[in-house]
Design a protein around this ligand. Sequence first.
Ligand code: ME8
Length: 638
Amino acid sequence: MSDVVYLTTPIYYPNGPPHLGHAYTTIVADAMARYRRLRGDRVFFLTGTDEHGDKIAQAAAKAGVTPQAMADQNSAAFREAWRRLGISNDDFIRTTEERHQTIVRRILQTLWDKGEIYFGKYGGQYCFGCERYYTETELKDTGGTCPDHETPLTHIEEENYFFKMSRYQDWLIRYIQDRPDLIRPERYRNEILGFLREPLQDLSISRPRTRLQWGIPLPFDDRFVTYVWFDALINYVSALGPLDGEKHLTFWPVVQHLIGKDILKAHGVYWPCMLKAADLPIYTHLEVHGFWRIGGGKMSKSVGNVVEALALSDTYGNDAFRYFLMREMVFGLDADFSEEAFVGRLNADLANDLGNLVSRATTLMATHGGGVARPLVDLGDAELGLKASFATTVESVEGAMEKFAFHAALAAIWEFIAKVNRYVDASAPWALAKSGDTGSRERLEVVLSVLGESLRCLSIVLSPFLPRAAMKMREALGESGDLRLADAAFGGGTKPVRLTASKLSGLFPRVEDKKPGARASARSADDRPGTGLISIDDFGRVELRVAEVVAAEAVPKSKKLLKLTLSLGAETRTVAAGIAEHYAPADLVGKKIVVVTNLQPVTLMGVQSQGMLLAGSAEGRLAVITLDRDLPPGAKVE
Ligand code: ME8
């Protein structure tokens, strides 16, 4: 393994808020970045947002905002989500940034000058959701609908610029065949090789501006914008700055991409061909993981969607959330997400196995350690067994992390935790403390030193996975200074072994009621026998009030939005409401309406909106909810 690494996640579409799937890739990338730093490697860890193309343009049009405003808002939401999850990325790239666009233009110009791009006409079945054409072979089992979106395709015939990808087919097959670990796990390597058995088409890399405005204009023909995938993939290069700069020269040769299986083709086929054509080295590895399914397995559907699933990190804590995702999913395969399974692992692995061990060991050390430190000596068979076992654990973690097998790394660590728990039971330090004779006191010191050493070593190997818990363990042990994997060995610390610690209990509090939502007091499983039902407490979290419309005006450049000034009795608020196609401003002034008042404010077309009014709609008609009797502004609605 090289001692420098550049790790990337996909750059996510900011057409909505971040969700479980985005969080999974970013969390495993973060664990890997932390692990490599722990090894003493130099790491550059990148994530970001993919902001051009139809997807964003369409989502923005639907919301009545500009694509830039939509991208700004959701890109900020991604950044904020990663901050809250404690993600240690070194950079965050947005494809609307100038630093990115400059490099995209440069690479396009180079390929154009080299004759790698030509102007041509293409007709085919196009999916607007995927933003790409489908070949007949790809559609043979779908009856002509998009295999991903299951929606009808549109026949499009248009002139575009094409990248001569087909000429790289033989080269790519050989390149992959010569490198068994280029695309991992193997199933995805086989999928790409299988795909390459069919003739490879050239890639349309532009979209006419008459159809799509939102993109990077081609440097050699500004009637066209760059195809979003051609633009997006280049983020991995553009984030490192100029191609002759120090950062590029250091990190590009050791780039390793992490992606979900949905974007395998773009990364396994388009990207290496693009890099080859641009005379840039190909990535060292493409690490591909499977998909989280919700409600797909036998588990009950307590979490309805991927955004809700991500919110469980707030309910149960970041470390527990990271642990569950990394332990539950075998990297490369699909897995089912459910709150029951999450709570199950939290209680069994984190509260019971790890939390109890830490609590028992630190309590014994705090009570009987006497503030002493001593060399790690007089070890008996049990202690030497633990020492050897930890050395094996570290080897297993290293082997697993080399293959991105996060689940296996954690399983190995938990085997060791189980052994230490058994050691505490078998050596019965509380009995040694009670007996009080010199032999027992000496034996107690050996046991406490081995427990302290076990926790210290555990805190190091756990730190990439459970950064906060690991830090708390180190604080309890009085450890400070840099975390280094090299110190994860019995007797491997820099100082004599401590026998003392501050008591650390409740590292992972048990969720007493195993039913989902037990700790999120607002929810309970019994209130939700099927999907889609919410409890009265869920509903109670939404604050609704009567508001009087005191002023209303159109929002400049927006077809949909009206800016309403609302009186809520004691306060006045502004709300941007998407009702301009149904109401003239004057129709609304004086009306008493119902408003959600505890929504996070958002800015829509330059208007800060501090709430949302309630309205019903059917068959294209919309009606704002008003009162059938008079109530004062500010009155609660429940
Ligand atoms: O495809 N399970 O962005 P995107 C696991 N912008 N991972 C999941 C998931 C799930 N259910 N759903 C999404 C794009 N992901 C492009 C990428 S890169 C140059 C451009 C994760 O917002 C997974 O990493 O649709 C997947 O590859 C990625 O989110 C897709 O994110």
